[in-house]
Design a protein around this ligand. Structure first.
Ligand SMILES: [Ca+2]
Ligand SMILES: [Ca+2]
Ligand SMILES: [Ca+2]
Length: 505
């Protein structure tokens, strides 16, 4: 009974509070009059030139963009600061001095809620000059929020956790200035789209908390990492313009996938000092298919890793520059203009347990100088042709030559370390070579031991079965035809079919 009584009292108190909030919820415009100083309270009416009110309701406009004569740091700890529009920054640099205008002095200290009654909340940073204004309190989105940073040399930085309430809300960045997002005050979690239209978004993680937690759309400007793993591993990033500097040296990032039809965006690693230290971009989506038409590494090479079960297509008209490629899950489809490299650097395919595939959707998608290493994965030529450097193998790997005509050419690989097996599927070749499908090696070819690890499964022009491999003087590896006497004996006894079943098992 005592608990119930307390609940009734609590409800009554909340009810009164709501009534008061409703009475004061008519959107109003407030302009800061509190001057400068540290820990100046947002919720003090005198600081806004009023008797009893301050920006605390959806739709309220908070003008923090006066000519500050001294630096100011607002305290956000109490009073439920809320606004629809925040105009922010020292509007006049008296004597060339910009006065910093901070919102909370402690990372995660207090909260501000952005709610413009569904018409989109705004932060308009109006100052000019080269400096940074910090918002260190946590941010709650009850509306989509557009952040405009008007000066190209200006940086505003959100240090608090960004969360949402009452729906899924996003952040749109406009204007030429910088917006930095680094949740040093706790874990961010908002699910709406982060859209970059101009300027820069610099994003970092802090204590394992991702700076951006949802999907991202880049229409223009630059997305830039200030640390590794700044973006949620579940995020898709769509590029319809702009670019992405992963920062560094050696910043790594995992996201779900990449998409976008624009061919101009570039994703690149930051400074490579010490030399050779590049970042790795890992695409980890477990399902779905996405296509990215921009480039990698034109500005500075990076390493690409495809891990999840999804299909990622690399399209477009410009060549990628990659320091290495690893495909251990799903399918990486290569669909650039024929002869334009989608992949470069050493290429490894397979996770050692059957996953990981590269599929050609056009010819000549991998640099001729790229060494190709199987680790139990699949190369699906899909009727297209490719030239690579050496071939190395471990595990049970597969070359699927698909429908159509594929000429797959490797450099002399007789010096490479091989173990396991390579099965060749859908080979439409000829015993004498020169057929529809051709698997070729440069002078030196493969060693006898390597050839023994290659088998052709149900080649088109052969009786069904699994065949060993032999290499012709031309360097073409073809299915070895058993001696006619052996074929006759096998056919007569039905052992050919038995052998086929065994080799398939
Ligand atoms: Ca000033
Ligand atoms: Ca990540
Ligand atoms: Ca090639």
């Amino acid at each position: 009974m005592k608990k119930n009584t307390l609940r009734i009292i609590a409800c009554a108190v909340v009810g009164v509070g709501s009534l008061v909030a409703q009475q004061t919820s008519t959107a109003a415009t407030y302009t800061w009059t509190g001057g400068g100083g540290a820990n100046v309270n947002w919720n003090a009416p005198a600081n806004w030139g009023t008797v009893s009110t301050y920006p605390s309701a959806p739709g309220d406009v908070a003008n923090l963009n006066i000519d500050f004569a001294a630096a100011v740091t607002l305290s956000m700890y109490s009073g439920s600061p809320t606004c629809g529009i925040l105009n922010w920054g020292d509007s006049t640099q008296t004597g060339g001095v910009y006065q910093a205008v901070g919102v909370s002095g402690t990372n995660g200290g207090g909260t501000i809620t952005f709610n413009n009654n569904g018409s989109g909340a705004q932060i308009n940073h109006v100052a000019s000059g080269a400096a940074t204004d910090n918002m260190r309190c946590n941010v709650i989105l009850q509306d989509n929020l557009t952040i405009n940073v008007a000066s190209s040399s200006y940086n505003i930085k959100l240090w608090g956790a960004i969360t949402e309430s009452g729906g899924s809300y996003g952040i749109t960045k406009t204007g030429p200035g910088y917006l930095s997002i680094e949740p040093a005050g706790g874990a961010s979690n908002w699910t709406g789209l982060t859209t970059l239209n101009a300027g820069r978004i610099q994003v970092a993680s802090n204590a394992g908390n991702n700076g951006i937690t949802g999907n991202i759309l880049v229409n223009g400007g630059r997305l830039q990492n200030s640390s590794s793993d700044a973006i949620a591993d579940t995020a898709n990033i769509e590029f319809e313009g702009g670019d992405w500097n992963m920062g560094g040296p050696g910043n790594n990032e995992t996201i779900a996938s990449l998409s976008g039809a624009a061919t101009t965006p570039d994703i690149f690693s930051g400074a490579t000092v010490p030399a050779g230290v590049v970042g790795t971009l890992t695409l980890a989506a477990t399902t779905g298919t996405t296509s990215y038409a921009g480039t990698f590494g034109v500005n500075n090479a990076l390493a690409l890793s495809k891990t999840g079960g999804s299909t990622q297509t690399l399209a477009g008209t410009r060549a990628n520059v990659l320091s290495s490629v690893s495909v251990t899950g799903g399918t990486l489809e290569l669909n650039k203009t024929a002869g334009v490299n989608a992949l470069s650097g050493p290429i490894t395919v397979g996770n050692g347990a059957g996953a990981g595939k590269i599929r050609l959707l056009a010819s000549n998608q991998m640099a001729d100088g790229s060494a190709f290493t199987f680790n139990g994965g699949t190369l699906d030529t899909n009727g297209f042709s490719e030239t690579l450097s050496t071939l190395t193998n471990s595990g049970a790997s597969t070359i699927d030559m698909g429908a159509g005509a594929s000429i797959l050419t490797f450099a002399n690989s007789s010096g490479q370390t091989w173990s396991g097996s390579i099965q060749i599927l859908n080979w439409s070749g000829l015993t004498a070579g020169g057929g529809t499908d051709q698997l070729l090696f440069g002078a030196g070819g493969l060693s006898t031991g390597q050839l023994a690890m290659v088998s052709f499964v149900n080649p088109t022009n052969y009786a069904p079965g699994t065949y060993g491999a032999t290499i012709l003087p031309s360097g073409e590896v073809v299915a070895a035809v058993p001696e006619p006497a052996i074929i006759g004996t096998l056919a007569a006894s039905g052992l050919l079919a038995l052998r086929r079943r065994r080799t398939r098992a």
